[in-house]
Design a binder for this molecule. Structure first.
Ligand SMILES: [Mn+2]
Length: 411
């Protein structure tokens, strides 16, 4: 049994506002599809963030269909979960659209029963857990969830045997801890026993082995930000060139992962410091010798004197497809004030709420979270009362969810 594990494809991401950048992301996905087919995989797992946005453009959807069709033609089923970028606060996501035309098999909790050639369905309280089945391998997973939802969902994703794959789009503490400055959602001890953990969300490739099993993040298929640059150049006292991050996906053969690198456009992360403007410009030109054509070039400069940034930017653009020069005038060091961490000011509930309100806000999730918080309080208050009140609910006037899981299901 052999499968391709892909994550964080981010189709439609016009990085640096460049249309060709979105084309890079789809080109990488296409290369991965070609390679997976060459490798003769039995199935494919997409561990979230197939799309950069939850509302992909028609053009982006068309690209996705064209590439997924390559698998379809070879009769290779694709199993997927939504990531934080492409899940929706409503029931239907672009994934369900692709599923309805036979391009994807969406894993996770759903409101309606869904079964198919490769999908099995199990009733859990008032919702359905939809899982994949490839011969004797069970594939479980669910879309990206906030931390408070995970506590309730993880126990439901328990595989029946070791012949299983768990698919999630979440950060696992032990893997994040290696060297990433990132918040985590889960620790290894939270995870149920499975044969392989096909994860997404962390954009740097990571393989973490524990008790002979692997938790794997293939990383994003393209360079998503500067931390994923292909080359890091630093010129403070001397010029140093360091190789950066590899991009690709993972082939899993009999539960053993192998990272497969694919070629992507170069991204240069450059830092230059100098004592005066002349030295800065000289160092910049020296660095430019190291820059290949058609790359992405981000240069951070620090110098006490003002330099001719416009001129250097023009030089950079002759070689790179995209160049950005960030100049910082270096002044005398000043004392850094220590700021108290927010943990000292807020309660656990408030911290979780603040967490949910960061970045792109998922209104539904915030609503669910608040409902859960206040429902729990009111439930505790009425615990001693009788349950005769349910007669009212039966009229259907006030359709309160029966259980929390009613909130969690997709379509
Ligand atoms: Mn992502």
């Amino acid at each position: 049994m052999k499968f391709a594990h892909i994550a964080d494809i981010h189709l439609g991401y016009e990085q640096y506002n460049q249309i060709w950048r979105a084309e890079d992301f789809s080109a990488s996905f296409r290369k991965i599809a070609e390679r997976s087919i060459e490798e003769d995989v039995d199935f494919v797992i997409i561990a979230g963030d197939l799309f950069h946005r939850s509302v992909p453009s028609p053009k982006t959807i068309k690209e996705a269909i064209e590439i997924l069709q390559m698998f379809k033609r070879e009769n290779i089923p694709v199993f997927a979960i939504e990531g934080n970028h492409d899940k929706t606060s409503r029931d239907i996501s672009a994934y369900h659209l692709l599923e309805s035309i036979g391009m994807l098999n969406v894993l996770g909790l759903r409101k309606k029963r869904v079964e198919g050639e490769y999908l099995r369905c199990k009733k859990v309280q008032n919702v359905y857990l939809v899982k994949g089945q490839m011969e004797d391998v069970e594939i479980l997973g669910d879309r990206h969830r906030s931390r408070w939802q995970l506590e309730k969902i993880i126990p439901l994703l328990k595989p029946e045997s070791e012949n299983s794959v768990l698919v999630l789009h979440q950060a696992v503490k032990e893997v994040v801890d290696i060297d990433l400055d990132m918040a985590y959602d889960l620790t290894i001890t939270d995870l149920p026993e499975a044969g392989y953990y096909a994860f997404g969300h962390i954009h740097l490739p990571r393989m973490y082995e524990f008790r002979g099993r692997y938790i794997v993040y293939p990383g994003s298929v393209e360079r998503y930000d500067l931390r994923e640059a292909s080359v890091a150049i630093s010129y403070k006292t001397e010029l140093t060139v360091r190789e950066g991050v590899r991009k690709g996906f993972v082939i899993v053969d009999d539960f053993k992962p192998e990272f497969i690198e694919i070629d992507t456009r170069e991204m240069y992360d450059v830092e230059i410091e100098a004592e005066n403007a002349d030295e800065l410009e000289k160092r910049f030109l020296e660095v430019m010798e190291k820059i290949g054509e058609d790359g992405i070039l981000i240069v951070k400069m620090r110098c006490p004197e003002i330099a001719d940034i416009k001129k250097m930017n023009e030089v950079a653009l002759k070689r790179a497809s995209y160049a950005e020069i960030r100049f910082e005038r270096r002044v005398e060091d000043f004392e850094v004030l220590s700021v108290k961490s927010e943990n000292e000011f807020f309660t656990d509930f408030e911290l979780k709420l603040l967490d949910l309100l960061k970045g792109e806000i998922d209104e539904r999730e915030v609503y669910d979270f608040l409902m859960e918080h206040y429902l729990r309080q009111s439930q505790e208050e009425v615990r001693h009362e009788t349950e005769e009140k349910t007669v009212e609910d039966a009229k259907g006037i006030d359709k309160k969810p029966k259980t929390l899981l009613d909130f969690f299901g997709g379509d």
